[in-house]
Write a new protein. Structure first.
Length: 91
C-alpha cells in the first residue's frame, strides 16, 4: 500500500523510510526488488532502532515534518486515505 502512496506524494516532498526489524539487508533488498518498491529501506537486524523509538508492535508509523520532528506515531494498520490526510499537513 505504501508504494502507490509514495508515488502520488513523492514529488510533493514525501519521503518514506521503511525499517525492517531482524531481517538481513539481502532479504530486504530482494523483497523490495521483487515487489517493485522504490522508497528507502533500512534494516534493524538487532532491533536497536525499534528499541530507541519505543516500537513494540508492527506496523508502527512515524510521521515527521520537514525538520525531522516526530508529529504523529501510529500503532498498527492505518488506511492509506487516513494516512494521506495526516501527511498532507506536513507536505
Amino acid at each position: 500500500e505504501l508504494q502507490p502512496f509514495y508515488g502520488r506524494n513523492g514529488r510533493r516532498g514525501l519521503a518514506v523510510l521503511a525499517i525492517n526489524e531482524r531481517d538481513t539487508r539481502e532479504i530486504v533488498e530482494s523483497y523490495a526488488k521483487r515487489n517493485g518498491l522504490t522508497f528507502t529501506f533500512q534494516t534493524d537486524e538487532h532491533a536497536l532502532t525499534a528499541q530507541e523509538y519505543g516500537v513494540f508492535g508492527f506496523p508502527t508509523i512515524f510521521i515527521l515534518d520537514r525538520n525531522g520532528i516526530v508529529r504523529d506515531k501510529i500503532l498498527g494498520h492505518i488506511p492509506v486515505a487516513r494516512l494521506e490526510k495526516l501527511v498532507s499537513r506536513y507536505l
